[in-house]
Every structure is written in structure tokens, then in C-alpha cells.
Design a protein. Structure first.
Length: 189
């Protein structure tokens, strides 16, 4: 059996959940994947933080395991892997750019209320959602106030009724939450 057919067979067995075949495939393709990753990373901006080894691992775990169509050849696999690595690099870059951007409390409120798919909106929304999850972990009530006010679009009064709290408490929690999220986003730069 030629090497190309051998790799394709093991790739397809790994896709079907055979962990032994997956381990064998990793040994067969790892060096070439790392070379591809290194070439892609070399085209990124200076100071890029993702290393080739991490890119290969993240690509394999997050992207390649989810492919359900059978691999037609070794080159087909490498082509899909290269494409998946570019996707991981773009996602990594977007998250890094969004975290570097300083958002004011007012800007955070606007991002929470925004809808749309432009790159800028998506990047800012990802950063704000990350800060929102961190807020929810430390102050669930403030996070619920933000959710009602800025995501659902309720007024202070409607939020107070919804959460069964006085209006002054909703105002205070929203102010605290927006300032806390802005500070967190500013520190992550």
C-alpha cells in the first residue's frame, strides 16, 4: 500500500473515532503540519503570540476533528488543515485586537445593544462578552441588570420590576458593571 493511501486510510479511521488511528495519523502528519503552521505564522505581524506547535494543536482539536466528509488524499487533508490554521489565526488576531481596544462604559453599553456582523462589531462584541462573563462570575446581579438594560433594551423602571429591585439599585448595579467591564477591558490591553 502506498504511503499516501496509508495516511488517507488512517485519517478516515481517525475521523470515525478510532483513537489508535488518530495517534498514528498525528505521528505521520505532525512535522508537515508544523511546517505549514510556521509558514503561516511567519506571514503574520511582528509580535504574534501564537506559536506553531500551539497552532497545530488548536487546529487539530477545534477544527479538524469536526470535519465529517472523508479525506480523499493526504494533500486534501493538508489543504483543509492549512485553511483551518488560517481560520484559527484570524480568530486569534480578532480576539487580541478586541482586547487591546479600550472601551468606555458608554461604548460597552452600545456594543451590548448592537446587532450586525461587521468585523469591528464582532471583534468588540467578543471582547465585551468575555468581560461580561467575568462580571457574571463575580456579581451575578449586576450582570442580570446589564442583560435586562442593554441586551433586552428594558428601561431602568422595567428592569427594576423584572428583577424586583428598587430603581436606585438597578442604576447603581449598571453603573458599577459598566465601569468594571471598562476597567477590565482596559487592563487586558
Amino acid at each position: 500500500m502506498p504511503l499516501d493511501a496509508d495516511i488517507t486510510l488512517f485519517l478516515n479511521l481517525a475521523q470515525d473515532g478510532d483513537r489508535g488511528a488518530e495517534n498514528h495519523v498525528i505521528r505521520l502528519v505532525y512535522d508537515r503540519l508544523r511546517t505549514i503552521a510556521g509558514a503561516l505564522i511567519s506571514k503574520e505581524r511582528a509580535g504574534h503570540t501564537l506559536q506553531a506547535t500551539a497552532l497545530v494543536s488548536e487546529t487539530f482539536v477545534r477544527k479538524l476533528r469536526g470535519i465529517s466528509a472523508p479525506f480523499q488524499s493526504r494533500e486534501h487533508f493538508y489543504s483543509l488543515a492549512s485553511y483551518a490554521m488560517r481560520q484559527v489565526l484570524v480568530e486569534h488576531s480578532r480576539c487580541a485586537n478586541a482586547q487591546r481596544r479600550r472601551l468606555t462604559p458608554q461604548a460597552i453599553a452600545e456594543v451590548l445593544a448592537m446587532h450586525g456582523d461587521s468585523v469591528k462589531i464582532v471583534e468588540e462584541r467578543m471582547a465585551v462578552q468575555q468581560a461580561f462573563r467575568a462580571l457574571a462570575a463575580i456579581d451575578r446581579n449586576a450582570a442580570r441588570c446589564i442583560q435586562c438594560r442593554f441586551v433586552s433594551g428594558l428601561t431602568i423602571r422595567q428592569t427594576a420590576l423584572q428583577l424586583r429591585q428598587p430603581e436606585w439599585k438597578v442604576r447603581d448595579d449598571c453603573e458599577f458593571a459598566l465601569n468594571w467591564m471598562a476597567e477590565r477591558l482596559g487592563r487586558s490591553r
